[in-house]
Design a protein around this ligand. Structure first.
Ligand SMILES: O=C(O)CCC(=O)C(=O)O
Ligand SMILES: [Fe+2]
Length: 266
């Protein structure tokens, strides 16, 4: 069994920002209450896939596994909309990406038994650099993109923990079929329903096999610097905001979705 990742809770914003920069991730234990977890899971269940938004519904036929994904989830239900700017998390995002940061995607994942291990990957490597350059303390790469994982199950070895290779955000590259970096093996993120993990896009990681009898529920919210484009499919102007939901949104939620102050290239 893979070693468990050591999960430390940092009490204040300054130490959380430092952890994102230094460790590549921050953990928020017991962030959601049980009723909030139940509400979000129910919302994921009732939201229907919309193929135009590249949502997926795969059924466990022909040896496959159940998988339902909802893209642009903020656009589907007020419950999702309120995951744009969760207290404590949005302050961290604004601190690491700038106060004009925005949400580039929000995807709900329901992954059934039989899902295999993913390959070790980085969600995005913005700058390829030699490791010895990155090891120089004067070199500080901006945090371009982070992902927030809202875990909605007790994450056990059976249901499939996320695995991180700690320190790998300093590799300066994406993995090339490797399952270790500098001899460091993937570590399991073993946590509770309602726990949250925020990580930068350079971290080498993967989702692992669901060997349980249950569907695994995960909400991902992706934040970025304003200069990184939003990924709201379908493209060529075909994505449409749900105007009813947008009217109910707070000014900060609207800003996170695109009501920006004008800036470069606007
Ligand atoms: O399911 C997980 O824990 C991680 C998923 C992931 O890394 C991805 O979809 O890029
Ligand atoms: Fe990933």
């Amino acid at each position: 069994m893979a070693q468990a990742l050591e999960l430390t809770s940092f009490p204040d914003l300054a130490s959380q920002v430092e952890a994102i920069e230094k460790d590549g991730f921050v953990y928020f234990p017991q962030y959601l209450t049980s009723p909030e977890v139940a509400e979000l899971r129910a919302c994921m269940d009732r939201t229907e896939v919309n193929e135009a938004s590249f949502d997926k519904m795969k059924l466990p036929e022909n040896g496959g596994f159940y998988e339902k994904t909802i893209n642009n989830a903020f656009n589907r239900d007020p419950v999702f909309m309120n995951f744009l700017d969760k207290p404590g998390i949005i302050e961290l995002e604004e601190a690491v990406h700038g106060e004009d940061c925005h949400v580039i995607a929000m995807t709900a994942w329901m992954t059934g038994p039989g899902r295999p291990d993913q390959n070790i990957h980085a969600d995005w490597q913005p700058i390829n650099l030699p490791e010895d350059i990155l090891a120089d303390p004067r070199v500080k790469i901006p945090v371009f993109i982070t992902t927030v994982h809202f875990y909605l199950d007790e994450i056990t070895e059976e249901i499939g923990p996320t695995q991180f290779i700690p320190g790998s955000h300093r590799s300066g590259r994406v993995p090339n079929g490797e399952n270790t970096w500098q001899g460091i093996e993937p570590h399991n993120i073993i946590c509770q329903a309602g726990d949250v993990l925020v990580f930068r896009s350079e971290v080498w990681h993967r989702g692992t096999a669901n060997k349980s009898a249950h569907v695994r529920y995960l909400l991902q919210v992706h934040y970025a610097q304003r200069m990184i484009t939003q990924k709201f499919p379908p493209y060529l102007g075909k994505f449409q905001f749900n105007t009813t939901l947008l009217e109910q949104a707070t000014p900060r939620q609207r800003r996170l979705l695109g009501e920006h102050r004008q800036s470069n290239y606007d």
